[in-house]
Design a protein around this ligand. Structure first.
Ligand SMILES: Cc1cc2nc3c(=O)[nH]c(=O)nc-3n(C[C@H](O)[C@H](O)[C@H](O)COP(=O)(O)O)c2cc1C
Length: 330
């Protein structure tokens, strides 16, 4: 079956891409991803902080970052990736582009307004086929309201969009007060796709050392369910494409995400656990599943279980919450 998938103006050979991760730092892994059949590769992020502070010692910098909390710190990539800074990022992006034929999506990560957004155009110049903007943050400022925060994000998206001609996706956390409305605003601001969602890495408390311990746990398939619900609500109702990130480990997970309305599916944890070559298995599982279920095209599958089309929309909503709680038996 033809699995071709249009995404961010690109003609992908199927809907599964490598999400942002440290893998593109190693060209052997990049080639292994392509050999295993991946449809596109997302670079790890270049962070606003790398651009604005011209890092000398990444750890010292991370420690001094205003308003930061260990949850955000835990998200920073390996220190050596940070220390390479902007030049190193752009050079690696060029190397990755030269190493493979599949599209390469650059990733820019920031949350405050400023001139750092202009670096989006350097990523385009370095050969990025599209750009993913990750608005990863915790709203810890007690003075900033939800609407102020959303306005700020919208302005950042507009500013990045104004710098580039390549398509733009926006990666978000799921924790917005009115996510569908905010998503609609992002589309109006110029986002071509929404990536649902960031995983917020939860720090732990070390009770012996009286310290906060950042923790980076890889995902499990059950994390997909949060994404399935929101994809189902957004699919067919907003004017941008949808990508899913978080909890996709198998071909069956991919099928569920497509049914909920994802245009493409990003995977990371399973590639880090099983190696880039494992991707071939995920793709084979999807193909086998699609054939067994006798779907004629991905379009037939895509969105068939979204809020507008699924047989029981209430199961996605609050009514199901009541039913679920009342159905519990010892
Ligand atoms: C080690 C590691 C590094 C990551 N680096 C980035 C990054 O630089 N930028 C980004 O947007 N997401 C980054 N992510 C998040 C992933 O792109 C993805 O959203 C998350 O792992 C959920 O997908 P998964 O369940 O397939 O792992 C990283 C994840 C891991 C595990």
């Amino acid at each position: 079956m033809n699995l071709k998938t249009p995404y961010l103006g690109l003609e992908l050979k199927h809907p599964i891409i490598a999400g942002a991760s440290p893998l593109p730092d190693d060209l052997d892994k990049v080639r292994a991803l392509e050999d295993a059949g991946i449809a596109a590769i997302t670079m790890y992020s270049l962070f606003e902080e790398q651009i604005t502070q011209n890092i000398v010692g990444a750890e010292a910098h991370v420690g001094s970052y205003e308003n930061s909390f260990s949850e955000a710190i835990s998200y920073f990539p390996e220190v050596d990736l940070l220390e390479r800074g902007v030049e190193g990022y752009l050079e690696q992006l060029q190397r990755v582009k030269a190493a493979v034929d599949v599209p390469v999506i650059a990733s820019l990560n920031g949350t405050r307004e400023g001139t750092w957004v202009n670096y989006a155009s350097l990523m385009e110049d370095a050969g990025a086929d599209a750009l993913e903007l990750n608005l990863y943050f915790l709203p810890t400022d007690i003075e900033e309201s939800a609407s102020q925060l959303e306005d700020r994000c919208v302005r950042i998206v507009q500013a990045v969009k104004a710098c580039i001609d390549i398509p733009l996706s926006v990666k978000l956390s799921p924790f917005f007060t009115a996510l569908p409305h905010f998503a609609k605003r992002l589309a109006e601001a110029g986002a071509d796709s929404l990536v649902c969602f960031n995983r917020l890495y939860q720090p732990d408390i070390d009770t012996d050392e009286l310290d906060i311990r950042p923790k980076l746990d890889l995902s499990h398939s059950n994390e997909l369910r949060l994404r399935l619900r929101w994809l189902a609500f957004l699919s067919g109702r907003i004017d941008m494409q949808l990508a899913v990130s978080g909890g996709v480990h198998t071909g069956h997970d991919v099928a569920k995400a497509l049914m909920a309305g994802a245009d493409v599916v990003q995977i990371v944890s399973t590639l880090l656990i099983n190696g880039p070559g494992h991707f071939a298995e995920v793709l084979a599982e999807l193909k086998q599943w699609v054939e067994e279920k006798e779907y004629n095209s991905l379009d037939e599958l895509r969105g068939c279980m979204n809020y507008l089309r699924c047989p029981d929309p209430a199961a996605l909503e609050r009514a199901n919450y009541m039913r679920l709680l009342k159905s519990w038996r010892k």
